[in-house]
Design a protein around this ligand. Structure first.
Ligand code: SAM
Length: 190
């Protein structure tokens, strides 16, 4: 009955993203979320997919080519710089965004997302996201450095203005080995 973390993140995206929208994958990694986003927005929409590592960009490109997807712009850059790309592409609002935090599975565990750039990216997106839209963070915190990012994010998002945003924390508290949890930021209709 209770939704597992990754399935719930995907359900949230599917419930709020519409065909034709522009959406963001802040950490494309091996491309699984990018692929889901690209299918949700369809051929008339577009996905801006960021990653700082060329290996991640290449892995995602390979997956998208295999799947015959051509509505994704792959951007090898730090997601804290996303404003400049969003402004180039956007003709309305961002329909939704996802950030899978941590390191690229099967790769260098020292290259991790950090609170400074993650918070900058989220704060920027919070301006561009549509009313009713979600910024979803899947927070992995079991690796070295993960707990620092987790604590900084929780501290920062607790201060998000309640009149403008709902911020949800969803996770299991009785699992071993620091299981991931979701932080979902919903922009309210004001
Ligand atoms: N969502 C991905 C998937 O479905 O395969 C997994 C993402 S993985 C957990 C985290 C990714 O964040 C890594 O590929 C890493 O290179 C990337 N990353 C780390 N810091 C980043 C930053 N500042 N900007 C963009 N990407 C970053």
């Amino acid at each position: 009955m209770l939704k597992r973390i990754i399935s719930y993140a995907h359900e949230l995206m599917a419930a709020t993203i519409e065909p034709g929208e522009t959406v963001v994958d802040g950490t494309c990694g091996n491309g699984k979320d990018t692929l889901i986003l690209s299918k949700l927005v369809g051929e008339s929409g577009s996905v801006l997919a960021f990653d700082i590592q060329s290996q991640a960009i290449n892995n995602t490109r390979t997956l998208l080519v295999t799947e015959g997807i051509n509505n994704v712009r792959l951007i090898q850059d730090d997601h804290q710089h996303l404003a400049k790309y969003v402004e180039q592409e956007l003709h309305g609002k961002i329909g939704g965004a996802i950030f899978n935090l941590g390191y690229l599975p099967g790769s260098d565990k020292k290259v991790i997302t950090t609170s400074t750039s993650t918070i900058k990216a989220i704060d920027t997106l919070s301006e561009y996201i549509k009313s009713g839209g979600l910024i979803i963070l899947v927070v992995y915190h079991g690796h070295p450095g993960g707990e620092v990012e987790r604590d900084a994010l929780l501290e920062h998002l607790k201060k998000y203005e309640q009149k403008q945003f709902n911020v949800l924390q969803y996770g299991f508290i009785n699992q071993r080995n620091s299981p991931p949890f979701i932080l979902a930021i919903e922009k309210k209709y004001v």
